[in-house]
Design a protein around this ligand. Structure first.
Ligand code: ZN
Length: 222
């Protein structure tokens, strides 16, 4: 069945499904674990519509392309188009907030990096963006004070706090809209903190956005 945005209660959201805009290197601790450098302009990339799937269903990963890594990120769903947006425009265009996994074929990415090639093969494959339901923005107190956690097989692997982002949610989306037209139904993945690691079939995955939502799911082979 085709992916459709849902709220945190599991109800369909009446928005079309768009693309996913992502930022790399938005948390210093993750930049350090990757031995990468802080880039002044945000490092942006995209995932197409076919990347979207539901996080609460089993997460199907490729098993023939090297390690597939978890990157748990805060996801933002847009309800209105944005182009050259101000911070206020962005605030008015947010439907809500959830969690997303920016699944990454880490060995493929390393090869692409070494060859100076774009990252799509590593990050934009089908089902590479499992998403939770979304909490309406009216229920969210402060986008810069969201804590999130990923546990694999009962062991905490990632903890994040949006306060630690190099590019905070609202100015990040405003910047993205200066580079690409954003549309209602588009999703923004806001970057991963440290703790990326290999996912394996049969792994038990628990993701939570503290105080707002939790998802339990499992990994299966594609
Ligand atoms: Zn990421």
């Amino acid at each position: 069945m085709a992916y459709q945005h849902i709220d945190s209660q599991g109800n369909n959201i009446a928005l079309s499904v768009g693309k996913v805009l992502c930022i790399g290197r938005n948390y210093l601790d993750h930049i350090q674990e990757m031995n990468a450098v802080v880039s002044e302009a945000p490092l942006l990339f995209m995932k197409p519509k076919a990347a979207l799937c539901h996080m609460q269903k089993p997460i199907a990963i490729p098993t023939d392309k090297g390690e597939c890594h978890n990157e748990l990120e805060v996801a933002v769903l847009l309800k209105a188009p944005l182009k050259n947006a101000s911070d206020d425009d962005v605030k008015a265009a947010i439907w809500g907030v959830g969690l997303g996994l920016d699944l990454t074929l880490r060995e493929v990415q390393a090869e692409l990096k070494a060859q100076g090639q774009p990252w799509e093969r590593a990050k934009s494959f089908d089902n590479s963006a499992p998403l939770s339901g979304f909490v309406p923005i009216s229920k969210v107190n402060n986008l810069d004070d969201l804590r999130f956690t990923l546990a694999i097989n009962g062991k905490i692997r990632q903890t994040g706090h949006t306060e630690l982002m190099l590019h905070k949610v609202i100015p990040l989306i405003a910047h993205m809209s200066s580079q690409f037209s954003l549309d209602s139904g588009d999703v923004i993945l806001t970057g991963t903190p440290k703790g990326v690691g290999e996912l394996l079939p049969a792994d038990r995955v628990e993701a939570s956005l503290e105080g707002y939502l939790a998802v339990s799911t499992e990994v299966i082979a594609e």
